[in-house]
Design a protein around this ligand. Structure first.
Ligand code: CO8
Length: 258
């Protein structure tokens, strides 16, 4: 296990684990944390031994948003020149499936970071919101786009325009999170989900992610064509033959591509 100042990184089996570690600031997302999280995730993404990435916060907060104290120092030319927070997009573009466990606050950039994960397991204490309007700004890490695509215009407008927080149950009802579990099971459930994904054929899991993610960006016909092409391409890999043989032979598959 290696430690840096804003995250704790480790590998457990085939799961790469990144824990946000600024508990006193409720894991507020400053520039250093962004660089460290994205660098760690990019490293995991290129590691053939890693089949899934687990993203964790702390009990009180997954992340309470962009670091307001750091952000308040910026002016427009600096933000524009540095393309402030663009680096988070590198995380969203990774091919390795990402599972997030969210307990406590996931506000502003914290909600937007959770939405960059592919599966969100929420503890009952999870609180999601896009409160930027209360700071005189708007979401800047995808809240107006990913939230709207996930939950639709009605709920996204409600959250983005009022800044109200929603609880785990509402988040599950509107399709923002995958599952809600008691807080003390959120991390273990997310671990189980990540471990399960990491047991699959790696290219199949990556292409499944790519196909679902593409539905956020393409027309239906383009998406269906991409899905078909990816499906066809999996027949070039040994895992397709192995998976189908294993089914016929009533045994578990032994993936070659992991
Ligand atoms: N930034 C910096 N520090 C924070 C943040 C934050 N987002 N959130 C909490 N903290 C700090 C507090 O300042 C406090 O520090 P200190 O002890 O030094 O005073 C510590 O964490 C504990 O916080 P509180 O005392 O406020 O704890 P409470 O339990 O009373 O309240 C809340 C918890 C409700 C979460 C409250 O802290 C809060 O409202 N936080 C701000 C939430 C927010 O507005 N988030 C959105 C930020 S803006 C954003 O995310 C934009 C993202 C896109 C940017 C794109 C740029 C291009």
């Amino acid at each position: 296990m290696s430690e840096s100042s804003t995250i704790v990184v480790s590998t457990e089996g085939r799961v790469g684990r990144i824990q946000l570690n600024r508990p006193k600031a409720l894991n507020a997302l400053n520039q250093q944390l962004m660089e460290e999280v994205v660098s760690a995730a990019v490293t995991f993404d290129s590691d053939p031994g890693v089949g899934a990435i687990l993203l964790l916060g702390s009990d009180k907060a997954f992340a309470a948003g962009a670091d307001i104290k750091e952000m308040a120092q910026q002016d427009y030319p600096e933000m524009y020149a540095a393309d402030w927070f663009r680096r988070w997009e590198d995380l969203a573009q990774l091919r390795t499936p990402i599972v997030a466990a969210v307990k406590g606050y996931a506000l502003g950039g914290g909600c937007e970071l959770a939405m960059m994960a592919d599966v969100i397991v929420a503890g009952e204490s999870a609180t999601f919101g896009q409160p930027e309007i209360n700071l005189g700004v708007i979401p800047g890490m995808g809240g107006s786009q990913r939230l709207t695509r996930s939950v639709g215009k009605a709920k996204a407008m409600d959250m983005v325009l009022t800044g109200r927080h929603i609880g785990a149950d509402e988040a599950e009802r509107i399709g923002l999170v995958s599952r809600v579990v008691p807080d003390d099971q959120a991390t273990s459930t997310a671990e189980e989900v990540a471990e399960l994904i990491a047991t699959k054929s790696k290219p199949a899991a990556q292409m499944a992610k790519e196909a679902v993610a593409a539905s956020f960006e393409t027309t239906l016909q383009q998406g269906l064509r991409l899905e078909r092409r990816l499906f066809h391409s999996l027949f070039a890999l040994a895992d397709q033959a192995e998976g189908m043989s294993a089914f016929a032979e009533k045994r578990g598959p032994e993936w070659r591509h992991r």
